[in-house]
Design a protein around this ligand. Structure first.
Ligand code: DC
Length: 233
């Protein structure tokens, strides 16, 4: 008998390794992986390029007016097999990962019109199930009925160290202190905003990966997913 496909929702603080686990799970289960943070980052990049957000402020009304012009798509990179994000026909997968984008993304993600646009697209992407989606509101807002919900946490220090090494590897000129500040600041804005604040869904399983190795964490989560899939009728 063929197993029924499920929706796996992964939420949690920034740099808790959500995307690493989500990618591993999607690969093992042959599911689609959707990185919703990349969608908020792509809109942020659009706003930065149009000077809608910069050091002197954020013109929210201008962004809301421009939203219909923004087209976000995921396309599979045929070399890596992983979906990358495209903004109005341009591959922006690398550019959205800079600290500059991370520094502006939380105010953009707090705008209800932005969330509405992206949540609609995310719901469509999950229509056929067989999907692993990570973000901040996946188990609470996008897929409140997801069959498996995970909530990832780790200390701010662990997370900042991880993100710092990633950015350094990519050749970005950043300090650990700047990265830590960004992580703490984003956590604060993401969990205190009015619309869809980051919180653990009551039926989500919490995973603290400060102490788990990547392999132990993955083995544990894959087992959880397989149990849910096997018990689905
Ligand atoms: O997962 P990430 O760090 O790439 O996400 C970037 C930002 O986007 C994060 O600080 C908050 C926002 N975000 C959100 O509000 N809702 C989501 N589902 C995903 C990301």
């Amino acid at each position: 008998m063929e197993h029924k496909k499920i929706i796996i929702a992964i939420d949690g603080y920034s740099s808790t390794g959500k995307s690493t686990v989500a990618k591993q799970l999607a690969k093992a289960l042959k599911y689609i992986y959707v990185d919703t943070g990349a969608m908020y980052r792509a809109i942020t990049l659009f706003a930065m390029r149009k000077d809608i957000i910069n050091e002197s402020g954020f013109d929210q009304e201008k962004l809301e007016k421009a939203l219909p012009e923004i087209r976000i798509e995921f396309k599979i990179n045929t070399t890596t097999g992983i979906a990358e994000v495209w903004l109005n026909g341009e591959n922006v997968e690398q550019e959205i990962r800079t600290l500059a984008v991370s520094n502006y993304v939380s105010p953009i993600a707090a705008v209800s019109a932005v969330r509405k646009k992206l949540v609609e697209q995310q719901v469509q992407l999950g229509k056929e199930k067989g999907i692993v989606m990570d973000g901040r509101d996946i188990g609470t807002v996008v897929f409140p009925d997801a069959e498996l919900k995970l909530f990832m946490t780790a200390t701010a220090k662990d997370r900042a160290e991880r993100r710092f090494l990633e950015l350094q590897e990519r050749g970005e000129d950043v300090t650990y202190e700047d990265v830590l500040k960004n992580v703490v600041n984003r956590d604060h804005i993401d969990s205190t905003r009015k619309d869809s604040p980051l919180r653990k869904a009551s039926d989500a399983i919490q995973i603290d990966n400060s102490t788990l190795t990547l392999k132990d964490q993955f083995d544990h989560i894959l087992k959880l997913a397989q149990t849910v899939i096997n018990n689905k009728d």
